[in-house]
Design a protein around this ligand. Structure first.
Ligand SMILES: C[S@@+](CC[C@H](N)C(=O)[O-])C[C@H]1O[C@@H](n2cnc3c(N)ncnc32)[C@H](O)[C@@H]1O
Length: 247
């Protein structure tokens, strides 16, 4: 499988390099956001670009059938290990390999910015049943917390793709895009901040010496910031969500 036909394909493909750190440290999704994403009557949901299954896991139990499509063999293998009951398929947003009109909803967590938006939009409209819903979500760290702002400054310094949370531009067939935000907090071990930083595509695709220098800055932040003095900390997130219905 060859993921990443959209912008920055090298970075889109880089997640395979950091599966363990991704699965261990990236956030899940709050139930309120997932309920908002999926119509109450939905029977089958496609989680597109499912990765290691962070959003997939939140869908399981809410809907009778969840299908995960993910191009990276390494990410998909972790999803299958964690969620053995989910049908997990190799495919991309631009070519899912699914039949026409076969799902009631499609979710995309933390991945729309990797897609070729026009092709993905057409493909999602094709696999959705009439009246079906697409929801695009991003977990965004809440930088009103000073240590979080400092963490983000270290991780994303020089990153052109750091801010990519705009509403998705959808093709023909979709109605207006509705937006919502969900604030929540994840309690994390402070030791997880280093692998969390290391799991970002920006760091995964850096030369080794640059990545080591960034991670040393994260270690310094964790060792010196008073709000990170304990073994755990509250990491605040805002989940930004956008949904639209296909006609
Ligand atoms: C940041 S991860 C998000 C994974 C998961 N949805 C989550 O919320 O944790 C981005 C995922 O998008 C996948 N991806 C990249 N380009 C893609 C494409 N064109 N079509 C489908 N998936 C793609 C990557 O392989 C990776 O697993």
């Amino acid at each position: 499988m060859n993921p990443g036909t959209g912008p920055a394909p090298d970075r889109a493909r880089s997640f395979s390099l950091g599966v363990g750190a991704y699965a261990a440290t990236r956030p899940g999704y709050p139930t309120t956001a997932v309920r908002w994403a999926v119509p109450r009557e939905a029977r089958t949901v496609l989680d597109l670009a499912a990765g290691t299954g962070k959003l997939t896991a939140a869908l399981v139990g809410l809907v009778p059938e969840v299908i995960a499509v993910e191009p990276s063999d390494e990410m998909r293998a972790e999803l299958v290990r964690a969620l053995p009951g989910v049908r997990a398929l190799a495919g991309t947003a631009e070519a899912t390999g699914l039949h026409d009109a076969c799902v009631d909803a499609v979710t995309v967590g933390q991945a729309w910015h990797w897609f070729d938006a026009a092709s993905a939009s057409a493909e999602i409209a094709r696999v959705l049943r009439p009246g079906g819903r697409l929801t695009v979500l991003w977990n965004v760290r809440d930088e009103s917390e000073p240590w979080v702002a400092e963490f983000s400054r270290i991780v994303h310094r020089g990153d052109d793709l750091a801010d990519h949370f705009d509403p998705p531009v959808l093709g023909p067939g979709f109605g207006p895009v509705e937006a919502e935000r969900f604030s929540w907090v994840e309690r994390i071990p402070t030791a997880a901040l280093r692998p969390l930083a290391a799991s970002r595509s920006f760091l995964l695709t850096m030369p080794d010496d640059e990545r080591d220098a960034r991670l040393a800055e994260i270690d310094e932040l964790v060792a010196t910031h008073p709000d990170l003095a304990g073994s755990e900390a509250d990491l605040p997130y805002v989940t930004r969500a956008y949904r639209a219905t296909v006609s």
